[in-house]
Design a protein around this ligand. Structure first.
Ligand SMILES: [Zn+2]
Length: 336
């Protein structure tokens, strides 16, 4: 059996050399890659990734566009051990699977459940709670909670581009998880920055003081900003630097919400989506995990027109480091 597989793989390698990788890749793309070129719906997801074999084949295509390479030495002389769903390197004898060194490795959870969970998190506009995920996947609450957090962490944009053009800034307060020692003040400050026709950032702030807001603004807005729109809150004149102040326009919410094109409506619409997520889906979010939920919401919002969202999220999952359960639950033993 193993010999047959090796022969088959050798044949594939010969074909590869004969036609050149470009022709073979085009062929593979048309044969297998249909789901990669259009938006995915749930029926297609089940059809294309309904079992682990299909999921592994997809991960293989995403991970090694030019053919499987050894994870140890980078050699392309790699053979398939079909019985064990592994590869063996002809140069260094290293054996590895398509999930090796990725978040999917050693999870005990079938790959198709990972795929379905990722799809559901990408598609649910207001997010999905661990309880909903638990019911959809038929897993324990702990498994669903941990799974959601790992997918959420992979969605994080590690080096976002500074925002420019016309940006709106506003702050809001969201209900946090109440604690015994601060039962009356469990609200969290969230600063929203939205570039018109561009990206959204939602950042948890330790407080709404000018110095705190200044740091957040400087970390997210570039020197190419043209107009900064806020309400007439006393925070902003102190939070903005000289250059930003010259480009600052305000709208007085006690009198009017829109003054010409001076308004903060687009960032406020993002806030209302966030609040619907917190009230309707996650119910209460702890201070510790709030930034992760904010990142998830921004990722989905900023990719709302991306037809390749599922594929792009899978690529992020392949590249992301594993988030350990003990790290997630460290110090604060609460789950949102
Ligand atoms: Zn090797």
């Amino acid at each position: 059996m193993l010999l047959e597989n090796l022969v088959a793989f050798r044949r594939e390698e010969v074909l590869h050399r004969l036609f050149g990788c470009h022709v073979l890749r085009m062929l593979l793309f048309f044969l297998h890659g249909a789901s990669m070129i259009k938006e995915l719906d749930l029926c297609e997801l089940i059809q294309d990734f309904g079992n682990d074999e299909k999921c592994r084949a997809y991960l293989e295509r995403l991970r090694w566009k030019d053919g499987v390479q050894c994870l140890e030495c980078g050699s392309a002389k790699v053979y398939r051990i079909l019985k064990r769903n592994q590869f063996v390197c002809d140069d260094c004898s290293h054996q590895f699977s398509v999930t090796a060194q990725t978040i999917f490795h050693d999870t005990h959870l079938p790959l198709w459940k990972w795929f379905l969970a990722t799809y559901l998190l990408c598609e649910s506009r207001k997010g999905m709670s661990a309880n909903q995920m638990k019911r959809q996947l038929g897993v324990s609450y702990k498994t669903a909670w941990y799974l959601c957090h790992r997918i959420r962490a992979a969605m994080l944009d590690v080096a976002p581009e500074p925002l420019g053009g016309t940006v709106e800034i506003d702050e809001t307060y969201v209900a946090g998880k109440k604690r015994r020692w601060r039962a009356k003040n469990a609200e969290q400050v969230v600063i929203g920055i939205r570039q018109r026709n561009g990206d959204l950032r939602l950042i948890r702030a330790s407080d709404a003081r000018s110095a705190t807001v200044r740091e957040i603004i400087n970390a997210n807005i570039g020197a190419h900003v043209e107009v900064i729109m806020t309400d007439e809150s006393a925070i902003y004149p102190w939070a903005l630097n000289h250059m930003q102040k010259e480009r600052h326009k305000t709208v007085n919410h006690s009198k009017q919400y829109v003054h010409g094109d001076v308004h903060t409506n687009t960032v406020e619409s993002a806030f209302s989506l966030l609040k619907r997520g917190i009230v309707g889906t996650w119910h209460k979010v702890s201070a510790k995990h709030l930034p992760a939920y904010l990142d998830e919401m921004c990722f989905r919002f900023n990719n709302r027109k991306n037809p390749y969202l599922f594929r792009d999220t899978m690529l992020k999952l392949i590249d992301s480091p594993n988030l350990e359960y003990k790290h997630l639950t460290a110090k604060v033993q609460d789950a949102a």
